[in-house]
Design a binder for this molecule. Structure first.
Ligand code: DC
Length: 243
């Protein structure tokens, strides 16, 4: 199976790195976190209490979430277009409001059951080539441990909390958002704890994951490390960076 699992904490670089790895290999890139964010967005939109397990679970089971390749005329930096029903929520799911409740929503067992089923289906289809693609790069928190434990290459990205908070601040500023470093740091600390200590599918490296400390490395250096591992494990050769 041509599947690469990339897990790690918030702002560890999973999607930036995973997206580029996918492009170099001609693999589909699938960021599983966007689906948890889409449920969290809908929770806020409908005024549901995020701690109400029953209501949040029911919502996740009813919600129509679509993750599509961006239309070719869109050049706003999106990696994918995320729809909830008819609404394009691609940027709204990145708000600090969503950030602040998404890890509680992602700890909900019914939400996880629903999204795990869908995400594993997508991973198996693309990973096996059945969907007409060369393979899949899936990123999240539980890809190597739960979603696709059969992936022949599993990566766990790490970076210190302060460095990850700096990266998130930079991202928000680049998008013209107001942001406060200390608030981001505190929110991320809480989110790390919730993601790592939840009962279902907590964030942790799979036993056979290759752990990469990204502090002091450029994005391209991390990408090259993963591509070298891909060639060794999957026998797939990447295209050159500027193709
Ligand atoms: O990677 P991210 O920050 O966009 O993820 C948003 C939230 O979703 C995060 O709190 C953890 C959760 N998540 C998860 O529990 N399992 C995944 N496979 C992906 C994300």
């Amino acid at each position: 199976m041509n599947a690469i699992a990339i897990d790690g904490p918030a702002a560890s670089g999973k999607s930036t790195v995973g997206y580029r790895v996918g492009r170099r290999l001609g693999f589909v890139f699938f960021d599983t976190g966007v689906m948890y964010r889409a449920v969290a967005w809908a929770v806020l939109e409908q005024g549901i209490n995020s701690a109400d397990d029953e209501a949040v679970g029911r919502l996740a089971e009813q919600l129509r979430i679509e993750v599509d390749a961006p239309a070719s005329d869109l050049s706003d930096g999106r990696q994918a277009t995320i729809l909830v029903g008819q609404a394009d929520v691609t940027w709204e799911i990145r708000s600090t409001r969503v950030d602040s409740i998404v890890s509680v929503v992602a700890a909900n067992a019914r939400v996880r059951r629903e999204l795990t089923r869908k995400q594993r289906g997508v991973g198996l289809a693309y990973g096996s080539g059945a969907a007409g693609k060369a393979g899949v790069v899936m990123v999240g928190r539980d890809v190597g441990t739960v979603l696709l434990p059969e992936a022949p290459l599993k990566i766990y990205l790490q970076a210190p909390l302060e460095e990850r908070a700096r990266r998130r601040l930079r991202e928000l500023v680049e998008r013209g958002r107001e942001a406060d470093f200390n608030k981001i740091l505190e929110d991320m600390r809480v989110r790390d704890r919730t993601d790592s200590h939840r009962a279902v599918a907590p964030l942790r490296p799979a036993e056979d994951a290759v752990q990469i400390q990204t502090l002091g490395l450029t994005v391209e250096e991390v990408v090259e490390q993963i591509l070298a591992l891909t060639t060794a494990r999957l026998g797939v050769t990447p295209s050159s960076p500027d193709e």
